[in-house]
Every structure is written in structure tokens, then in C-alpha cells.
Design a protein around this ligand. Structure first.
Ligand code: SF4
Ligand code: SF4
Length: 359
């Protein structure tokens, strides 16, 4: 979608686009061991109220959110998914959809194409169909994804494989070959989660994702190495991986997390949180445009959904800060903000992250 000069100026003044992740339901059809959504009993399943969600989409637009990532549970189970997506697109919001892929059909793919979906993310856990299907508790899932991939590509949706770092993975290169053989061209690694304080249940106290800081550090080194000659584009920014390694090693971090300032998480009760790690909620979705943003350099977690984009967006936020400082006639302070070396690192990360942009 091309932007007018006025929109681009507004974007610069705001520090770049806002991003919101919404879990529209806590129901899931899979049984992944490293996740707690399967523990939700059928009587406790919740679907986001469609009327409130539609109102909330207008509020998101007013709050400057331009990217909405829809997840669950499994979002394809959500009955009002397509109407919600249609309204979001009507409001000019770009959409990212995260799914386990089991409910993808040729008809749904046509609808996603008509909605001009920005990014489809499909999760994969292990480098063999038997292990992946067994872990998900969905027989035939890998074969189904293999069948859907050419249709997705024909529809102009070049899906991203999302792979959680877990003990199910051995050599990451074997995983890359498996994904390539399935038909993926892009991959992002999700960092393991065994504790979250919000209502989000995409974590488990399970040995498969219970890593020591040293083990995590080694994973990040492996991914950085793999990026040099991987057959797939790896979307995690090298700078983001280095930043989290600094955190794991007790060194000062350089790129503040933007969750609560530019990024938000909304659960199936349509309550807004800064992210899916912190327990406190900020208010209802319908009021997101009136909530007070938080900017406190939090480093409490290493969740890729927030920490990786914070590295990309550092330079945009820095530019907005510069403009504000110059508006207050703080010329030297503004110049120092503008020429800070971290801006150039962030710009380089943006260039490296160009594969997130659809072709
Ligand atoms: S990881 Fe995703 S697909 Fe697996 S149980 Fe959790 S929500 Fe469902
Ligand atoms: S560092 Fe983690 S816990 Fe802190 S605001 Fe960012 S995403 Fe949330």
C-alpha cells in the first residue's frame, strides 16, 4: 500500500508503525508439549467478542497500530476471523496470521489472497513429518502443509516457517533442509518460553524448552552462523541475537524493548498488555488509543516478537525523538540523538531484515 507524504511524515513523528499481537481465542486443535493452550478444557474455551473486537480495531487504528498479528491458540478456529480481517484491511492495517496450518484449505487461501495478507506464519517443530505430527498431535499435518505450500506461493503468499528452539531440534542445518524440501523459503526462530505472567499460554514448564542461559547463548551463536550460508532466509536479526546474548551474559543492552510503547499484546478477553510476558494489563482494547504508553527500557524477557522488532525500530524512534528535541529547540541534544552510533546499527539490521517485506 503506497503512503502519502503526509502519512510518511506522521509515521516519522510517531517513531514508525505500531504493532499489536492479538490472541483471538485460547482454543487450539493441537497438543504441543511446549505449550499450555492444550490444557484449556473445552468448557473454558473463550472466543474474543466480535462486536468488541470490531470496535477495538478502530481504536487500534487511532492508536497508530499499522501491523496486527493474529494468533491464538489456533486463530483459524475463530468464527469471526475473516470479518475481523476484512475490517482491519478496510482500516488500512497490515495483517500477519500465525497458524499451525492444519485448517488451511484452498478456499481459505483464496480469501487470504483477496485480503492481501502481509505475512502468513506456519509453525514447525521438528525435522521429520513423524516427529512434528506426533508432537502436534495432528496426524498428517506435515503432508497437509506440504500440499498447501504451492497454493500459498501461487497466491503470492510466501509463508514464513516459525521454528521454536527446543530439544526436538538437533542440527539446525537438518531443519533448514527439511523446511526447504517442504517448500519454505523463509524461517524465523521463536525463542523458548517456559514462564509467562500474562494470560497468554504459549509456554510450558517442559524440559524441551527449559534451557540454561548458556545453552540459549549457544543457540543464538548457531543461528548467527547459520545465517551466513542458510538455504532459507533467516529473519531473526543478527543484531537482535547479539543483543540477547549480551543480556544473557550480564552485559548492558543497547536497544530498549518497545513493548508498551510501540508494541502491545491483546488476549481473548480483549485486554491490552505491554507484551505476553508481563502480568499487568493496561486496559480494554477499545481504549488502546487513550492508554498511557510505557517506555522504561525493560529487559525482563527474551521474547523474539518484541525484542527483534525493537532492534529494527530503534532508528525510527530515534528519529522521532530527534524531531521532538528540535521542536523544543534542544539542537545539540537532537543532533546527538540523530547521530548516535546505535542508529546506524539499527539501520543495518533493517536492511538485513528486508526479507520480512513481501515481494
Ligand atoms: S504451540 Fe501453537 S499449535 Fe501448538 S498447542 Fe500451542 S497454540 Fe496450539
Ligand atoms: S523486555 Fe520482555 S517483559 Fe519487558 S516489556 Fe519487553 S517484551 Fe515485555
Amino acid at each position: 500500500m503506497s503512503k502519502t507524504i503526509k502519512e510518511l511524515v506522521n509515521l516519522a513523528l510517531q517513531g514508525g508503525p505500531g504493532f499489536c499481537q492479538i490472541a483471538v481465542t485460547n482454543a487450539c486443535n493441537a497438543r504441543c508439549r511446549f505449550c499450555s493452550f492444550p490444557q484449556v478444557a473445552s468448557g473454558e474455551r473463550v472466543w474474543a467478542d466480535p462486536e468488541r473486537l470490531f470496535k477495538g480495531l478502530h481504536a487500534l487504528k487511532k492508536a497508530g497500530v499499522q501491523y496486527l498479528s493474529i494468533t491464538g491458540g489456533e486463530p483459524l478456529l475463530y468464527p469471526a476471523l475473516l470479518p475481523a480481517m476484512e475490517l482491519a484491511r478496510h482500516l488500512g492495517i497490515e495483517l500477519i496470521l500465525c497458524t499451525n496450518g492444519a485448517l488451511l484449505t484452498p478456499g481459505l487461501i483464496c480469501k487470504l489472497k483477496a485480503l492481501d495478507l502481509h505475512t502468513l506464519i506456519i509453525s514447525l517443530d521438528a525435522a521429520s513429518p513423524r516427529e512434528h505430527d506426533e508432537h502436534r498431535g495432528l496426524p498428517g499435518l506435515t503432508a497437509h502443509i506440504r500440499e498447501m505450500l504451492p497454493l500459498l506461493r501461487q497466491a503470492g503468499l510466501d509463508p514464513v516457517a516459525s521454528v521454536t528452539l527446543s530439544r526436538m531440534l538437533g542440527d539446525l542445518r537438518v531443519m533448514m533442509d527439511f523446511l526447504k524440501d517442504l517448500g519454505f523459503r523463509r524461517v524465523t526462530f521463536s525463542y523458548p518460553l517456559n514462564r509467562l505472567n500474562s494470560s497468554y499460554l504459549g509456554f510450558a514448564d517442559h524440559y524441551s524448552v527449559d534451557f540454561t542461559p548458556r545453552e540459549l547463548d549457544q543457540w543464538f551463536t548457531q543461528i548467527k552462523e547459520l545465517k551466513k550460508d542458510s538455504p532459507l532466509s533467516i529473519l531473526n536479526p543478527t543484531l537482535g541475537l547479539t543483543e540477547l546474548q549480551r543480556q544473557l551474559r550480564g552485559q548492558p543492552t543497547r536497544f530498549p524493548c518497545l513493548a508498551g510503547y510501540k508494541y502491545f499484546f491483546v488476549d481473548w478477553h480483549l485486554q491490552v498488555s505491554r507484551c505476553h510476558f508481563l502480568g499487568e494489563t493496561m486496559g480494554p482494547l477499545e481504549e488502546i488509543h487513550q492508554l498511557t504508553p510505557v517506555r522504561d527500557n525493560c529487559t525482563a524477557c527474551a521474547i523474539d516478537c518484541y525484542r527483534d522488532p525493537s532492534v529494527f525500530q530503534y532508528v525510527a524512534v530515534s528519529l522521532a525523538d530527534t524531531i521532538k528535541e528540535w521542536q523544543q529547540r534542544q539542537w545539540l541534544k537532537g543532533l546527538r540523538t540523530l547521530l548516535h552510533p546505535h542508529n546506524f546499527l539499527s539501520l543495518a539490521a533493517l536492511l538485513e531484515g528486508r526479507h520480512w517485506v513481501r515481494g
